[in-house]
Design a protein around this ligand. Structure first.
Ligand code: HEC
Length: 156
């Protein structure tokens, strides 16, 4: 009788051990798939910051373009030219073709974190060797500048 009891116990523990093994397997496969929303944005080339989605309209919004131009003249022109020549920062020609609109707006409104976490921003820093200063550009102003950049890239 005692032996049978022992066999049953052994069987029980073996099964329990198998069950435990399955459970750890599941969590091991689930872990790498979990990407934080932040990592997802970075991976999609949208940068990092408040701007998750930008709706672009065609034709361009003329009022935004002229407000964007005024902001450019006042706050950006000292470091950015409108052609492809680098001064302090890169020239803006083609920037709306190579970057997503979300990336551009996050770069303008969240530059410190972008330089810390976004690879493309870091490459620019290596190239320019100067950190773009945070200029307290509001989201609305950044959106206007983006529209001006689209116009600078020949969009109608
Ligand atoms: C003091 C100089 C300076 C000023 C002023 C400045 N920037 Fe910059 N900007 C830079 C530098 C330098 C970089 C490259 C990244 C770095 O090194 O920090 C850059 C990068 C950028 C980029 C990315 C360009 C690319 O090729 O992807 C955008 C977009 C940008 N700036 C927008 C703006 C806007 C909009 C303004 C005005 C509101 C502005 N910057 C004002 C220096 C400046």
């Amino acid at each position: 009788m005692k032996i049978w009891y022992g066999v049953l116990l052994l069987l029980f523990f073996t099964l329990a051990a198998c069950g435990g093994g399955d459970a750890t397997d599941n969590s091991a496969t689930a872990a790498p798939a979990a990407q934080t929303p932040e990592e997802k944005m970075l991976a999609e080339g949208k940068g990092i910051g408040e701007v998750k989605f930008v709706e672009l309209k065609t034709p361009l919004e003329a009022e935004r373009v002229s407000r964007g131009k005024a902001i450019y003249d006042m706050k950006c022109a000292a470091c950015h030219k409108l052609d492809d020549k680098r001064v302090v920062g890169p020239g803006w020609k083609g920037v709306t073709k190579t970057r997503k609109p979300e990336w551009v707006m996050n770069m303008v409104t969240n530059v410190e974190i972008m330089l810390e976490k976004d690879e493309e921003a870091q490459k620019l820093l290596q190239l320019c060797l100067t950190r773009m200063p945070n200029q307290n550009v509001s989201l609305g102003d950044a959106r206007d500048v983006l529209e001006f950049m689209r116009s600078n890239d020949g969009e109608k």
